[in-house]
Design a protein around this ligand. Structure first.
Ligand SMILES: [Cu+2]
Length: 148
């Protein structure tokens, strides 16, 4: 009887440790530059964390140097600028697009949802609606990556 309980407990712990190991392995590290007072930026960070991303935030009063450094020209800009696996993610981009980019590894600088789309994760809707996610590159080429 006692050994049965031990066995059950062991299996339970094994499952727990395997489970957390796979979460760690699939977690993507994201660095988010944002202003300290940006509420929707924090909303997007929480959304990424809920989706299993590991997020580090860096608060800056002025994000212009970051946007310039990572090639986010004025017409592509949104509130926060994020970095993941060598790609730039600007603004309220849904996790589905980030995962697709990480899987397909397109030859682009990154993705952006310019401006502040109302029906976007971190804004008013976890389900993206009524906006486009664009890819952009160093040469200035901009393409529609997803339409919602
Ligand atoms: Cu925002």
């Amino acid at each position: 009887m006692k050994t049965d309980i031990k066995k059950t407990l062991f299996n339970y712990l094994l499952i727990l440790s395997l489970g957390s190991a796979s979460v760690v392995a699939s977690a993507q590290n994201v660095t988010v530059y944002k202003s300290p007072t940006c509420g929707c930026c924090t909303g997007w960070v929480d959304y990424l964390r809920d989706e299993g991303f590991t997020v580090e935030t860096i608060d800056l009063q002025n994000l212009d140097p970051i946007k310039e450094k990572y090639g986010v020209s004025p017409r592509l800009q949104s509130c926060h600028t994020a970095l993941v696996d060598g790609y730039v993610v600007e603004g309220h981009v849904p996790v589905g697009d980030i995962r697709r980019m990480l899987a397909e590894k397109p030859d682009v600088t990154g993705l952006t949802a310019p401006g502040m789309p109302m029906m976007s994760p971190g804004m008013a809707s976890l389900e993206p609606k009524d906006y486009d996610v664009l890819s952009f590159d160093e040469a200035g080429d901009i393409e529609i990556f997803s339409s919602y």
